[in-house]
Design a protein around this ligand. Structure first.
Ligand code: K1U
Ligand code: ZN
Length: 184
C-alpha cells in the first residue's frame, strides 16, 4: 500500500494535458493501485494522475461501489444537463456548483489493456467528467461564475499555506475498502 502526495491548486502539473498510455504495463498497474490507495485514504470518489504529479492519462474512481480504472479515457457520448456540488482533492475545503452532462459514455482501456465502455448517470457521470477534465488540465473552479470563483479564490488564499510546495500529505487510513480480515 502506497499513499502518494496530492498536488494542490497552484502546482503547474494540474494544468498540463496528460499523455496517452501506449502500453498497459505492470508499472502502470502499480501506479493505478497506488492511486486507489491514495483516493481511499483521502476519502475521495475519484483521482486523476496529475493530482499525484503524474502525466499519464489515467484516472480511478469508486462511486457508490462502482469501481473503475480508466486508461486513456474519452467521453464518446454526452446528453442532458445537471447541476450539482463538487469538491476536489486538489482544492481542499472549496466547493461549488457545476453544470455537467447528466449522462455520459466513456470509452477507455482497463487495467488489462482491454477496451471498455462505461455509461454513467448522476454522481458517476459527474465524477467521470470531473476526472477527465483533470486529464485535460481543467478544474471545477474553471466553471464557476466570476463572483463565485473570486470568493473561492479568496478562501483558498487563506488556506493555501497549509500546503507547502503545493503538496497535500494524506494520512494512511486504518480501515477502508481494501482491507481484508485480519489486515491492519
Ligand atoms: O478528482 C477529485 O478531486 C476527486 C473528487 C471527485 C468529485 C467529487 C465530487 C463531484 C465530482 C467529482 C472528490 O472525490 S472530492 C470528495 C468529495 O467531495 C465527495 C466525496 C463523496 C461524495 C461526493 C463528493
Ligand atoms: Zn478534482
Amino acid at each position: 500500500m502506497k499513499i502518494l502526495d496530492i498536488r494542490v491548486l497552484g502546482d503547474p502539473v494540474l494544468r498540463k494535458a496528460t499523455i496517452p498510455v501506449e502500453k498497459v504495463t505492470d508499472e502502470i498497474r502499480a501506479l493505478i493501485s497506488d492511486m486507489f490507495d491514495t483516493m481511499y485514504a483521502a476519502e475521495g470518489i475519484g483521482l486523476a494522475a496529475p493530482q499525484v504529479g503524474r502525466t499519464e492519462r489515467i484516472a480511478v474512481m469508486d462511486v457508490e461501489g462502482q469501481k473503475f480504472a480508466f486508461i486513456n479515457p474519452e467521453i464518446i457520448e454526452a446528453e442532458g444537463s445537471s447541476r450539482g456540488e463538487e469538491g476536489c482533492l486538489s482544492i481542499p475545503d472549496i466547493f461549488g456548483d457545476v453544470t455537467r452532462s447528466s449522462r455520459v459514455i466513456v470509452r477507455a482501456l482497463n487495467e488489462k489493456g482491454e477496451e471498455t465502455q462505461v455509461e454513467g448517470t448522476e454522481l458517476l457521470a459527474r465524477c467521470m467528467q470531473h476526472e477527465i477534465d483533470h486529464l485535460d488540465g481543467k478544474l471545477f473552479i474553471d466553471y464557476l461564475s466570476m463572483l463565485k470563483r473570486r470568493s473561492a479564490m479568496s478562501k483558498w488564499e487563506k488556506i493555501k499555506d497549509d500546503y507547502p510546495n503545493f503538496i497535500r500529505k494524506v494520512a494512511q487510513e486504518t480501515k477502508g475498502p481494501h482491507h481484508s480480515e485480519g489486515e491492519l
